[in-house]
Design a protein around this ligand. Structure first.
Ligand SMILES: [Zn+2]
Length: 293
């Protein structure tokens, strides 16, 4: 609900307007959030589109990229990475959103921090908010900012685009850990990228699913929370098959909560799922080692 309210431009009057608009379609037999959410997201995305209309623009088949003069030499690389992300994301999620997704490029961390609703960690290369992918200029973090290959495999496009497509598909009906797990799963599958540190070994003390389902962003070891999220999604896709992951998405789309969606798809209760996935992850996922790193 916190994110949902934050997304509403204009606050209460806008909510009242949207609710009144919603009354006209109140016979739709689906939970209110599922039809109200896309309206709110579209409103915010249109507002951001309008506010950034004076920036330079590059269009690709599936994206509209807005950037500043200082990133003229970066925009083709961002365009290539965005288009490279399109297929792995839409195939894995078996869903392609209508229209083109908006990407904003910020020249530095200060500008990104000052942007729409972002309170994320200071090392992030991008974030998804309000229906828009917002990324840091490759110049601000890459050693060799001319390497398209490196930007595709280690950059934020596949990750943030997964957040966007899930948001369209499930209309806001997903938990934080699930969208982070899915985004990392696509990065892992498409680019072989994993966030492995000494702090996120899956063989030690772990967060419970209850903790991940609760205040995900408030958990003190974020590296571990993210790693467990990837494990929870990879367990479904690799042990039970990608068709089961697609089925979880179908249930989310229909309005089921994430725990019910997983229980129905795997035919397994949530407590058993938690035990099985942690056993699998400690044996099968890469763990940090001094030698390998
Ligand atoms: Zn993310």
């Amino acid at each position: 609900m916190r994110t949902f309210m934050q997304m509403i431009p204009g606050g209460v009057p806008a909510v009242v307007g949207l609710v009144l608009a919603g009354l006209f379609v109140s016979l739709v037999p689906i939970r209110p959030q599922l039809w109200l959410y896309p309206l709110v997201r579209q409103t915010v995305a249109l507002k951001i589109d309008y506010q950034t209309k004076d920036m330079l623009t590059k269009e690709t088949p599936h994206f509209v990229i807005r950037y500043r003069e200082s990133d003229v030499d970066m925009v083709d690389m961002v365009a290539a990475a965005a288009e490279a992300a399109y297929e792995p994301v839409t195939v894995t999620l078996t869903y392609a959103p209508k229209g083109k997704a908006l990407i904003l490029i910020y020249p530095d961390r200060k500008a990104m921090k000052a942007a729409y609703g972002w309170a994320g960690d200071s090392n992030a290369m991008g974030f998804y908010w309000g229906g828009v992918i917002q990324i840091l200029s490759p110049k601000a973090w890459m050693k060799n900012s001319q390497s398209v290959e490196e930007f595709i495999t280690t950059g934020p496009l596949a990750h943030e685009y997964t957040h966007l497509v899930l948001d369209h598909l499930a209309r806001g009906n997903y938990s934080r850990w699930f969208t982070e797990g899915l985004a990392q799963y696509v990065e892992y599958k498409a680019n072989g990228y994993e966030w492995v540190t000494a702090e996120n070994r899956l063989t030690g003390k772990l967060y419970s699913m209850d903790e991940l389902d609760g205040d995900f962003d408030g958990l003190s070891n974020q590296a571990l929370a993210y790693r467990q999220s990837l494990a929870a999604v990879r367990y479904i896709a690799e042990v039970h098959g990608e068709a089961k992951l697609s089925q979880v998405l179908v249930y989310l789309k229909a309005g089921e909560k994430i725990n019910k969606a997983i229980e129905k798809s795997l035919g397994m209760d949530y407590a058993t799922y938690e035990i099985m996935l942690n056993l699998w992850a400690s044996d099968n996922m890469k763990q940090y080692s001094k030698i390998a790193n």
